[in-house]
Ligand binder design. Structure first.
Ligand SMILES: Nc1ncnc2c1ncn2[C@@H]1O[C@H](COP(=O)(O)OP(=O)(O)OP(=O)(O)O)[C@@H](O)[C@H]1O
Length: 365
């Protein structure tokens, strides 16, 4: 027999996709009324117009039907301002607990004992594919079952939302920001907070502050990896990230051209000075594969990645070909202009990089 208690018990397993908490635990399930094999209830969302409403409804209905209910009627409402403030305070409290023993300005997730591995993706100059590597690496780690976050720290030149095809904005509960989840990766970008394509004209200190907010005010939940797409070069923001994340590891992206590798070496030298462990070098746009005969020919020079890895005393993680993600219907909800499918050659190369990185990080842990 279906009872109010059995419904609530079953719904404990339904999670709010953004907060990754049980909808019952979050106090979202109200007014459960049972009438034979018909169940009525209301679900209060954190914010009206929550983009994940349809998914929550589907999960709630399916779960209750599994109890044997023939009809399930769900009505939706939104939390009151007071309820939302209380929830935000609770989320902040949890975040604060994780940093109880953190010192100074060390961000929450870096509290001693936190298992999250930070990986900054850096390059000497722009346009070498740093953001593409950051995005595809993050998704490859998520595809392998890891819990992954991605911060677009390239504040002036944010491109992560575009590469991942994100047009959604993050949900904000009072002053707590919930990252946007796409392809299993929790994403935060400056691009979410500026008007369509307007230039960011903030100066260094404000940018540093923004980054700190990305750590302290974003509800990341538990993460295995947090990937940071750094701005190119060795400017203020990159330096800020280095200081902000003393335990971060680093990946350097370069093209095979000797000049690109020379410039990338400067970014690498900064990582070494700030005692960041360099996990390896990714040489991007290393060659083109002839579609007729399969021959792999260099196009932007040769040897830059290997030379850079040698100079920095690290390994060359991969040489990636010049290849665009396959064109897809732009209205396809799974379309992401900068993401390579898991079953493509590039997808497999990224899976290999992710596995190697995981192996290295685990070995250290
Ligand atoms: N291996 C590749 N093959 C073909 N195109 C690529 C490859 N890697 C990146 N690109 C393309 O090159 C362009 C620049 O890539 P991306 O934005 O990732 O570079 P970036 O180094 O992050 O640049 P910036 O720092 O200026 O943002 C994009 O259009 C991207 O789709």
């Amino acid at each position: 027999m279906i009872t109010r208690e059995s419904v609530l018990e079953a719904l404990r397993h339904v999670r709010d996709p953004e907060l990754n908490r049980s909808v019952v635990e979050l106090g979202m399930v109200r007014d459960v009324v049972i009438d034979g094999d018909s169940v009525r209830l209301s679900v209060v969302l954190t914010v009206a117009g929550c983009p994940l409403k349809a998914r929550i409804e589907e999960d709630v209905v399916n779960t209750i039907k599994q109890l044997g209910a023939k009809e399930v009627h769900v009505t939706f409402g939104a939390m009151t301002d007071e309820e939302r403030a209380a929830l935000a305070a609770r989320l902040k409290g949890e975040q604060a607990k994780a940093l109880e023993s953190a010192q100074g300005s060390v961000p929450p997730l870096l509290a001693p004992g936190s298992p999250t591995v930070f990986i900054a993706v850096a390059s000497g100059k722009g346009g070498v594919g740093k953001s593409t590597v950051a995005v595809n690496l993050a998704v490859a780690l998520a595809r392998a079952g890891h819990r992954v976050g991605l911060i677009d720290a390239d504040i002036y030149g944010f491109s992560v939302p575009d590469l991942l095809g994100i047009d959604q904005r993050p949900t904000v509960i009072d002053d707590v920001i919930l990252p946007v989840t796409r392809f299993g990766v929790k994403v935060m970008s400056m691009g979410f907070f500026v008007e369509e394509n307007t230039p960011v004209i903030w100066r260094g200190p404000m940018l540093g502050k923004m980054l700190r907010h990305f750590f302290s005010d974003v509800h990341w939940g538990d993460l295995d990896y947090l990937i940071l797409d750094l701005p190119p070069g060795t400017g203020d923001v990159a330096l800020d990230v280095h200081q902000l994340l003393p335990q971060s590891k680093e990946i350097l992206v370069t093209t095979p051209h000797a000049t690109a590798a020379f410039v990338a070496a400067r970014a690498g030298a900064m990582a070494l000075r700030t005692h960041h462990e360099i996990l390896g070098v990714v040489e991007n746009m290393a060659y083109v594969t002839c579609s007729a005969c399969g021959h792999k020919g260099p196009i932007f020079g040769q040897g830059g990645g290997e030379k850079l890895a040698r100079e920095l005393g690290t390994e060359l993680l991969a040489q990636l070909p010049l290849a665009q993600p396959p064109a897809r219907d732009i209205d396809d909800p799974d379309f992401a202009p900068g993401l390579y499918p898991a079953d493509s050659e590039m997808g497999r190369l990224y899976a290999r990089i992710a596995a190697r990185i995981d192996e290295k990080c685990r070995a250290r842990a």
